[in-house]
Design a protein around this ligand. Structure first.
Ligand SMILES: C[S@@+](CC[C@H](N)C(=O)[O-])C[C@H]1O[C@@H](n2cnc3c(N)ncnc32)[C@H](O)[C@@H]1O
Length: 365
């Protein structure tokens, strides 16, 4: 086994000049963030990084597009690091540094406690709880201090246009500070982490993934529309679509959970995607896919259906599984293919997803 690369030490304080972006990402996906930055934000240069957090320096005057980095959970303007041994000390240090008036506070642990790196120093030192630090900051700022959040992530969903103070708890006694203006759905969620939870009766986690995709991309799905899903077993995503009033065809050689299979608006075509006759796929508004195969094969399956699907097809919601994070380098090419089929693609690595990227593409140029 090869040793993981050593993380360079983070800067101790805010830069004297220039703009630094702090990007929160799924721990382990940093290479994907770097690869996509080379394509989507070529003017940026890499600064410090740690698992779950990457920073970039941007030249003055460079605009940062709202959905500019597909592997970022959230992107904020970095103000460097703050230190403090208690939630109250961290809160004091953070509030002292933030000049702009903020009305909302998001706090999250860089590595949620259960996935934390082995401690090299004092293993008994615990990370401060996000909820406690959040509480201390909102009290100092005299904001609504209704308790909200958990050990690992805290804060309310920001309103559109609201200025947010961001604090990423890095290690015991140290945190990264930043701020952003909430503009996109995901930028309103603390840490860009989807705040909904999986319902108890959901047949798989794909229920929540699809729910997050619909929210993050504001997909205009309507009751009564028809969807086809390639790779539907056991049925969580189809179950979410059914709950929204859609008619759903699930294509998968594997079994569908009876709670979905028996639904009056659901049909199971028990076959592989390539065995479906294209003329059977003419009347659908939405094409959904979540197949556990190489993303190049998923793209071929999508192309076959999307280019033959007829004019009723309004959009595609695709999960592209990445066998390794380095396949993120292929993303620009995949997005280009959606465009050649007549769809406008946007990509995001969902906070509920694993090593994969979600592409939502709506018809139109
Ligand atoms: C991650 S699971 C899908 C989860 C599902 N979307 C849900 O909501 O529960 C991947 C599925 O892709 C299916 N699959 C793999 N290759 C396929 C193919 N060529 N055609 C159709 N389904 C395929 C597998 O049988 C498996 O059930």
């Amino acid at each position: 086994m090869t040793e993981p690369p050593r993380e360079p030490a983070p800067p101790a304080s805010a830069p004297a000049s220039g703009r630094f972006l702090l990007v929160a990402c799924q721990p382990g996906s940093e290479d994907a963030v770097f690869l996509s930055q080379e394509h989507f934000l070529p003017d940026a240069t890499r600064a410090a990084w740690r698992r779950g957090v990457v920073t970039f320096r941007l030249p003055f005057g460079t605009d940062f597009p709202a959905d500019g980095l597909p592997f970022a959970r959230t992107v904020v303007d970095s103000l460097g690091q703050v230190t403090g041994n208690t939630p109250a000390e961290l809160a004091a240090a953070a509030v002292d540094r933030v000049a702009a008036a903020v009305t909302c506070v998001h706090v999250w642990q860089r590595l949620p406690v259960q996935r934390r790196e082995p401690q090299t120093s004092d293993a008994s030192e615990a990370l401060p709880s996000a909820a406690e630090v959040h509480q201390a900051i909102v009290e100092r700022l005299d904001l609504d201090n209704t308790p909200t959040g958990s050990e690992s992530v805290a804060g309310r969903v920001a309103n559109d246009g609201e200025k947010v103070l961001d604090l990423v708890i890095d290690s015991p006694g140290r945190a990264w500070l930043g701020w952003h203006v909430a503009r996109t759905p995901a930028s309103r969620w603390p840490g860009g982490i989807y705040p909904n939870t999986l319902p108890e009766d959901a047949v798989s986690r794909a229920w929540l993934k699809l729910d997050e995709a619909l929210a993050a991309f504001e997909v205009p799905i309507r009751s009564g529309q028809r969807a086809v899903e390639l790779g539907a077993s056991p049925g969580g995503a189809s179950q979410r679509l059914l709950s929204l009033g859609l008619h759903v065809v699930g294509i998968d050689p594997a079994e569908i959970d009876p709670r979905v299979a028996d639904h009056p608006r659901f049909e199971h075509w028990k076959m592989r995607a390539r065995d479906v006759r294209l003329r059977q796929l003419r009347d659908f508004e939405w094409l959904v896919t979540d197949m556990n195969i190489d993303p190049a094969s998923t793209m071929d399956a999508l192309e076959r259906v999307a280019t033959a699907g007829g004019r009723t097809l309004k959009g595609i919601i695709a999960t592209l599984k990445l066998p390794q994070w380095k396949r993120a380098a292929d993303l620009p090419g995949w997005l280009g293919r959606f465009e050649t089929w007549g769809f406008r693609p946007h990509a995001r690595q969902l906070s509920c997803g694993g090593r994969e990227v979600c592409v939502v593409a709506r018809r139109g140029s």
